[in-house]
Design a protein around this ligand. Structure first.
Ligand code: GRF
Length: 203
């Protein structure tokens, strides 16, 4: 049984999609070992508790580089304490440190609501509308030391409609996120892939 650690900062709809996929067998031989949020008030923590999962709030204490590093160290310790095999960032609104990436080398996934490398960072759907793209989507990727940059596991697309707002586009992308993240986790846990350069290729 592989153990997932979920990191989130908000409502946690991607976390819930992962939970559903484990329950209905789309992700096999896996369990959610712990859900961690840097925001104690995150809806995702509450949702995790009501599902009977272990949910921890680990807020950053203080400001500055030392405080960031101390926070990351606490999160790494918690993930290790729960014997986590794969870390899934699911709306985790923090940039994780190189030490964190190294501690879970090739074992951290993230989901981003754009077709990377377009529109990294915040407000991806707003960026997409401003740019005028006709196709948008989401990306599940391994996390490396750069923001929204690691090897891409899979992407899903949606059309951008003429009357879209950031909200309507986000909702359309989010539906695909909830399909994409479980699919990507299942692929990665199967181990049936290799990485050539930046390319994730099935075996
Ligand atoms: C999602 O759009 C995800 O792609 C981005 O943050 C949002 C989190 O939403 N990284 P939720 O908390 O999973 O509902």
């Amino acid at each position: 049984m592989r153990r997932l650690g979920i990191l989130l900062s908000g409502r946690g709809s991607n976390f819930l999609a992962i939970h559903r996929a484990i329950a209905d067998g789309r992700i096999q031989d896996a369990e959610i070992a712990v859900v961690i949020s840097n925001k104690p008030e995150a809806g995702g923590l509450e949702a995790a508790r009501s599902l009977g999962l272990t949910a921890l709030a680990i807020p950053q204490e203080g400001k500055g580089q030392a405080a960031r590093q101390a926070h990351d160290a606490r999160v790494i310790t918690a993930l290790s304490d729960f014997n986590v095999d794969l870390v899934c960032l699911a709306g985790y609104m923090r940039i994780i440190s190189p030490a964190f990436v190294a501690a879970f080398s090739n074992r951290i996934l993230n989901i981003h609501p754009s077709l990377l490398p377009a529109f990294p960072g915040l407000d991806a759907q707003h960026q997409a509308l401003e740019y005028g793209v006709k196709v948008a989507g989401c990306t599940v990727h391994f996390v490396d030391e750069a923001v929204d940059h690691g090897v891409i596991v899979l992407q899903k697309t949606v059309p951008v409609l003429d009357d879209d707002t950031a909200d309507t586009l986000s909702a359309r992308v989010l539906e695909q996120e909830h399909i994409a993240y479980p699919e990507a986790i299942s692929y990665v846990l199967s181990g049936r892939f290799h990485i050539v350069g930046r390319r994730y290729l099935p075996l």
